[in-house]
Each structure stands twice: as structure tokens, then as C-alpha cells.
Design a protein around this ligand. Structure first.
Ligand SMILES: O=P(O)(O)OC[C@H]1O[C@H](OP(=O)(O)OP(=O)(O)O)[C@H](O)[C@@H]1O
Ligand SMILES: NC(=O)CC[C@H](N)C(=O)O
Ligand SMILES: [Mg+2]
Length: 496
């Protein structure tokens, strides 16, 4: 359904549906629909499929041709956005949505996305997956210049930069903003006339274009297209800005051409295994990581046991390559989500206990090899190894289908503190003793690249963003270099 052209002035005085009283509206999975009568419902479904990317909060902004409507809530998508009354309030045939786990700015309502702002040319809402590495530096400058920040999220600086751009047209202003930010971003933005999708110059975080019977869709992952029956069209390119309007879809390439360097951790952990990222099935890649691991670090065992959920495909690969039986020696509770992306260690620790239980019949008296996709803080491994012993396992070996994480991430994965990363603080045998396993091994960096279909990692032009394992950060870390992170962002208590 076409969106009527109602001009720009109207949006300045428009009554924004704002139950929290914030001026700016916020919403790490991102989704957008342009020109469908069920835009908000489709967005809610898309966010359901992207729930694994962020469990702390969710939000949707829609546009009805005259007004923007917005709902942002703490909690899971289904806690709020499965209600008919909520979807009805999100009127209009265009919508964007976000499910968040915080990387910059606390887990509080004013940081929940989409972020909305009234600009001189009309309203705009932005959803961001990723993390900016110069946001705090930019924020300090903007505040000195008079900007009034409403949140402590890195994403907000994008809105300020669009608002202050000297360029005329929205797309030019948007691109002008992108040229000032550094780090990782996949963005979906909605204005009164356009749905915009953008990926940072290296394409660190994913973003795809889909098509639902002629309706363009933007989403973090293809699983969000599948849920609504949309066809995958293509990945948005690194450094590409796509502009969707009633005139069709335009592509802009405002950055110098360079090779993409997507985040390897999307393949290891982040993305859903049924998604196709950068043309590769995440499931197939994870299985190959398990196969490589079996070749590199075999274990003399009776059964291969996956650590659910994301260790399962690698465990299948390990079992197939080693010819060892695969058994579900750990059963997961389906009502507990991902624990790594929970905001506090206390919640993570509790979550793991609630989440997994030993399947004693498959474990007792056996030599077990546990396969997990990654080891970050070691919270999961410590508990699971003990759980296997308590269930009567004779030996417990641990194999991790990715290399030791020795470096923090600043691009949208919550591993920022080096002192919390097990592999940054212990050698292999210390880690083995810490988690209580009989043996421990990790997949090598080269093994990861082989699983991705490459002969080797190209040291001069690495094919992926793999700083977690190598310390090779692909962008400047401006805030870190300037100790910007040490400053308080807001005097307002971080409770609302
Ligand atoms: O060493 P840790 O700090 O425990 O972190 C690593 C664990 O966290 C992740 O699982 P998570 O529970 O987040 O999600 P999943 O259910 O998709 O496996 C990952 O798959 C590892 O199991
Ligand atoms: N995980 C993400 O992609 C987070 C997006 C954004 N940096 C935020 O903290 O809200
Ligand atoms: Mg896990």
C-alpha cells in the first residue's frame, strides 16, 4: 500500500505515541518492512525469529503516513508484542523493529530502540545492531556543541549527526552521519518516506534484503525472512546504503571500495543455525568446525555430547568425523534463553543452572567428550563438567569449536573486559583445571578458516573480523585510545 506524501512540517507537531515520556525512541536484531498493511505484525514476527540476538528489550516504530507510533519495552519480544492491542496501536504500512542486548549504555528503557527523533525535515527512527568505537568521543563533542542527549546508547549519536548535517536531503544527511562514525553497524531506519538499510564499510554485522510478494524487507538474518514467508533477495553489501521508497530500491556506495570482513563470531555463536549468512549456511559451517576439531584434537571417548544449544551442530560434525556415537547427554530447558548475552554475571550463572540438566542414562559410566561452540567466561563449562561428573561420567573431556577468546570485542558482542575472559588470563592447562575437565582443546584459528572454506587466514587481508582470537582489530578504537570509556555519560541514575 503506497504511503501518502503528507509533507514535512506536520511531523514536527505530530503527537508521538509516547507512553514513557521520552523524546527519543530507541529499539541488536533489526528488522524493517516498507509498504505492507500488516507492517507491525510482520515486524513483531521478524523480531521473534531474531530473539536469540537480544533478549533484554524490544521495540517497534511504525509510520501511518501521518504519524509515527512507537512501543518499546524491557523483556522478550513475546512478552509484549504478541498482543493484538499493541500491534493495533502500531498503525501504518511501514515499520522497523529491534531486539536489544546492550553493548553501550545500560539495560534501561531510555536506551531501548528504535530511537526516534524529530528533525527539521521530519521524523526518523533508527535501529542499530553493532557497536560504535568512537561514539563516546562524538557524544562529548556533540554535547559541547549543545546537543541534548536523551540516552546513554552509542546509537543516539547517529541521530544527532543526521540532525546537524549541513546536507539537504535525508539520504545525504544519513550518509554524512555514517562517514563520521566508526566501528560496527547494521542499521535500519524509517523516515516518513523511506526505509533505509546500511552496513558498515567492513560489513561486520549481517543485514539482508528480502521480498514478501513485492514488499521489501530488511532483517539481520534470513531466519526472520523465513518466519514471514519472505524470499531472500541478497545480503546488503559492506559499506552499502539501500534506500527503499515508493520509487523502488536505490543502492548507494558512499565508502571507498574494500573487501568485506564480517564477524566470525556470527558463524560460531551469534546467528541462528538455520540462517544463511554471507551465502553460507550457519549450520553447515558449525558442523565443519566440529569436523575440523575432531581432526585437530580427537578424544578417546564413548559418546559425543553437545552443550545445547549452539554447541549442537559442531558436536554432530565432531561425532561424524570421529565415528563416535552422538547422544543428548544434556537436556536444555526451553524456557531459558541464551546465557552468554545476559547483562550480569549473576544472571548468567543462575541462567546456566536453570538451563541445563544431565541426561543420566546417556552419561553414567561413560567417557564423555563435551562439545561447545565457544568458551568465554567459563561459566557454562564449569557447571556442565561438574554436572557430567555428578551424573556418573567416568571421564569428561571438553572440546571447543573455536579458538581461545583472548581479546575483548567492541563491535556488538559483550566481551569487553579482558579480566573476565578465561583464555586471556589462563594457559590451556590452567583453564582445564579451572573447568575440572580431564582434557581441554580448542579449534585453531586456521581450523576456523578451513571450516569457512578457505585454505588459510590471509594475514595481510584477513577474510573475517576475528580480533577475539587474534587481537587484530579492523577499525580504529578511538574511544578506547582516548580513555573516553572512563567518563560518566549521564548524571541521571541508570534506572529508567
Ligand atoms: O564461557 P561462557 O561465559 O559460559 O560463555 C560461552 C557459552 O555461552 C554461549 O551459550 P549461551 O547460553 O549464551 O547460548 P546458547 O543456548 O545458544 O548456546 C556459548 O554457546 C557457550 O555455551
Ligand atoms: N548488541 C547490539 O548490537 C547493541 C546495539 C547498540 N550498541 C546498543 O547498545 O543498544
Ligand atoms: Mg551455549
Amino acid at each position: 500500500m503506497p504511503i501518502p506524501d503528507t509533507g514535512t512540517i506536520d511531523y514536527l507537531s505530530s503527537a508521538i505515541d509516547d507512553t514513557e515520556g521520552d523524546v527519543l525512541r530507541e529499539k541488536c536484531g533489526v528488522f524493517g518492512v516498507f509498504g505492507h498493511r500488516d507492517a507491525a505484525a510482520l515486524t513483531a514476527l521478524g523480531l521473534h525469529a531474531l530473539q536469540h540476538r537480544g533478549q533484554e528489550a524490544a521495540g517497534i516504530v511504525s509510520f501511518d503516513g501521518r504519524h509515527f507510533h512507537t512501543e518499546r519495552r524491557m523483556g522478550l519480544v513475546g512478552d509484549h508484542f504478541s498482543r493484538g492491542s499493541v500491534i493495533e496501536r502500531l498503525a501504518g504500512d511501514s515499520a522497523i523493529g529491534h531486539c536489544r542486548y546492550a553493548t553501550t549504555g545500560a539495560t534501561i528503557l531510555r536506551n531501548v530502540q528504535p530511537l526516534y527523533a524529530d528533525l527539521a525535515g521530519g521524523g526518523i527512527a533508527v535501529c542499530h545492531n553493532g557497536n560504535l568505537t568512537n561514539a563516546l568521543t562524538l557524544r562529548r563533542r556533540l554535547i559541547r556543541e549543545g546537543a541534548i542527549c536523551q540516552s546513554t546508547s552509542d546509537t543516539e549519536v547517529i541521530l544527532h549527526l543526521i540532525a546537524r548535517s549541513p546536507k539537504q536531503k535525508l539520504v545525504e544527511r544519513f550518509i554524512d552521519a555514517l562517514q563520521q562514525i566508526e566501528g560496527a553497524y547494521s542499521l535500519v531506519a524509517l523516515s516518513n518516506k523511506k526505509l533505509i538499510g546500511a552496513r558498515d564499510p567492513l560489513g561486520i554485522r549481517p543485514l539482508v534484503l528480502g521480498d514478501l510478494n513485492g514488499t521489501p524487507i530488511l532483517a539481520s538474518e534470513t531466519c526472520a525472512l523465513d518466519i514471514i514467508g519472505a524470499r531472500y533477495v541478497r545480503d546488503i553489501g559492506n559499506g552499502e546504503v539501500v534506500v527503499i521508497s515508493r520509487d523502488g530500491i536505490e543502492s548507494h556506495r558512499p565508502f571507498p571500495q574494500q573487501a568485506a570482513r564480517p564477524c566470525i563470531f556470527e558463524y560460531i555463536y551469534f546467528a541462528r543455525p538455520d540462517s544463511v549468512v554471507g551465502g553460507r549456511s550457519v549450520y553447515e559451517v558449525r558442523k565443519r568446525m566440529g569436523q575440523e576439531l575432531a581432526h585437530e584434537s580427537p578424544a578417546d571417548c564413548d559418546v559425543v555430547v553437545p552443550v545445547p544449544d549452539s554447541g549442537v551442530p559442531a558436536a554432530i560434525g565432531f561425532a561424524q568425523a570421529s565415528g563416535t556415537p552422538f547422544e543428548l547427554g544434556i537436556i536444555r530447558n526451553h524456557y531459558v534463553g541464551r546465557t552468554f548475552i545476559e547483562p550480569t554475571q549473576q544472571i548468567r550463572a543462575l541462567g546456566v543452572k536453570l538451563k541445563h540438566n544431565a541426561n543420566r542414562s546417556q552419561v553414567a559410566g561413560k567417557r564423555i567428550v563435551l562439545i561447545d561452540d565457544s568458551l568465554v567466561r567459563g561459566t557454562t563449562s564449569v557447571k556442565i563438567v561438574q554436572m557430567m561428573r555428578d551424573a556418573g561420567a567416568r571421564e569428561v573431556h571438553m572440546r571447543i569449536a573455536s579458538p581461545p577468546i583472548t581479546h575483548p570485542d567492541y563491535y556488538g558482542i559483550d566481551t569487553p573486559e579482558r579480566d573476565k575472559l578465561l583464555a586471556a588470563n589462563m594457559n590451556l592447562d590452567e583453564m582445564r583445571a579451572f573447568i575440572g575437565a580431564d582434557s581441554l582443546a580448542f579449534l585453531s584459528v586456521e581450523g576456523i578458516y578451513r571450516a569457512m572454506g578457505h585454505n588459510r587466514r590471509d594475514p595481510d587481508h584477513p577474510q573475517y573480523t576475528d580480533h577475539c582470537f587474534t587481537g587484530d582489530y579492523p577499525t580504529p578504537l578511538t574511544d578506547l585510545a582516548g580513555s573516553e570509556g572512563d567518563h560518566h555519560l549521564s548524571l541521571l541514575a541508570e534506572t529508567a
